[in-house]
Design a protein around this ligand. Structure first.
Ligand code: MN
Ligand code: MN
Length: 452
């Protein structure tokens, strides 16, 4: 008998169409964004530049707002919320796309510099869920901000210019790695061994470590105490690249979650329909639980929604109840090299479009906001309105692992929220992979959501 099982996924929906060309073109802008925004601070700067070029202006609390206003709130340079006031009654709510712009990486500690055996190192504390063995023996760049004793600020980027030196975390050679090789992957590289190799040459009257500090002082005017008030992050050095002879994919650092942040931002800036009030959130600290002043759990988001509601004569509670949100975050793409962790009918696959994940969480959906059937139904209609190619997805097999996004922190404010994003191969690796077609469909999905 013929198998009439419904095919949930459209694979390779781009064969040779205008949409495929548009996707490849869109991907060029995206890779440029990836290369210029490796940290949340850099992503905020990029977003401000792009928003201002589209007529967006800084918002301050208490400001009068009216239909057509394009505004942004730069939260300490680490997260940003952009919004455009629609022509309809604010009581109809706000359409929100919320992505995060922080990515897993290796942060410097506050007292990082030391010397051992003629090598200078910088001590680190990793940020987010990294697989530590992936961060050794690979070129790393240092990005960040130092606040000096006098209060002035210096931005640092070392390792991106081809002329720059890079940093490096040592690993064992196979010849001496036999004991290490028997350890579980998660234990083979202890967190305290993620030390950045930063120098090995003493000066005439300076030790190796003091010479490293002298070079930093000469170039950036910083002293060793200034590390105490610094945020310096080691991220993979170098630029994103196309993958595959057909150039259908992109390898790069931090697709999670800039492959959703970029589509969310560009779809807001380019949205042609002025009806609804739109909001794009690019938040920080998702990878460490969304806490803190720059995280999604910060009160700022609600302050903004409520201030806008009141400024437009709306009732804040009513506005929140009528608002809708796409939590713009990535999902794990099915990987045929590791089939044992995926349940193929329900996980996302590359080149099958944007992923809609009704729920996240772990072990019995714990920690998920689990979007309602009604809201999923509404999102389906929104996607259909612009012929968006999308698929349903979940993170992997039941009881194998799991994860969360910012969705629940928004849903907890009485705002219907569901996750929509891009399937990623090797998520959280220093170099992750996505497909260009999925990236473009995510962009089209946010546009459909903003316009429907
Ligand atoms: Mn993410
Ligand atoms: Mn993540």
């Amino acid at each position: 008998m013929e198998n009439k099982e419904f095919n949930y996924k459209k694979r390779n929906f781009y064969t040779s169409t205008d949409r495929a060309e548009a996707a490849y073109e869109y991907a060029k802008g995206y890779t440029a964004f990836l290369d210029s925004a490796k940290t949340e601070r850099e992503a905020v700067k990029e977003a401000v530049t792009r928003a201002e070029a589209c007529g967006y202006k800084p918002y301050t609390f208490g400001m009068k707002v009216k239909a057509g206003d394009k505004l942004y709130y730069n939260n300490r340079g680490k997260s940003i919320m952009l919004f455009r006031i629609g022509t309809e009654d604010i009581s109809n709510g706000v359409r929100i796309a919320a992505a995060h712009i922080d990515s897993p990486r290796v942060d410097l500690k506050q007292c990082p510099l030391y010397e051992n055996s003629g090598m200078a190192f910088l001590k680190t504390h990793y940020y987010g869920g990294i697989r530590k063995y992936q961060w050794v023996a690979t070129p790393l760049a240092l990005h960040g901000t130092v606040v000096k004793a006098d209060g002035s600020t210096v931005d640092i980027t070392i390792g991106e210019d081809p002329e720059d030196p890079i940093f490096y975390i040592n690993d064992l050679l196979p010849h001496l790695g036999q004991d290490q090789g028997k350890k579980p992957l998660n234990e083979a590289i202890p967190g305290e061994s993620l030390n950045l190799l930063s120098g090995s040459r003493p000066d005439a009257d300076l030790s190796v470590r003091d010479n490293v500090m002298a070079i930093l002082n000469e170039k950036y005017g910083i002293n060793e105490e200034d590390f105490l008030s610094a945020e310096l992050c080691a991220v993979p050095a170098g630029n994103a690249r196309d993958v595959g002879l057909d150039r259908s994919m992109i390898a790069g650092y931090g697709h999670d979650d800039r492959c959703c942040a970029y589509p969310a931002l560009t779809s807001l800036l380019e949205c042609a329909d002025d009806t609804h009030t739109l909001m794009c959130i690019l938040t920080d600290k998702e990878e460490t639980g969304s806490d803190g002043v720059s995280g999604m759990q910060c009160r700022l988001f609600i302050d903004l929604i409520e201030n806008i509601a009141l400024a437009l004569g709306g009732n804040p509670a009513q506005v929140r109840a009528a608002s809708k949100c796409l939590s713009a975050d990535v999902s794990a793409a099915y990987d045929p090299n590791f089939p044992e962790v995926f349940e193929k009918r329900n996980c996302s696959e590359i080149n099958c479009g944007a992923v809609l994940a009704k729920y996240t969480g772990a072990r019995g959906k714990s920690g998920t906001s689990d979007a309602s059937a009604e809201f999923l139904g509404w999102v389906r209609r929104a996607m259909a309105s612009k012929d968006v190619v999308w698929q349903s997805g979940e993170l992997g097999k039941v009881d194998l692992g799991g994860g969360g996004t910012v969705a629940k922190f928004i849903a907890n404010h009485n705002i219907d929220t569901v996750d929509l994003g891009v399937p990623v191969i090797s998520m959280h690796a220093p170099c992750e992979v996505i497909a260009k077609s999925d990236l473009y469909e995510a962009y089209r999905a946010f546009d459909a959501f903003f316009c429907f």
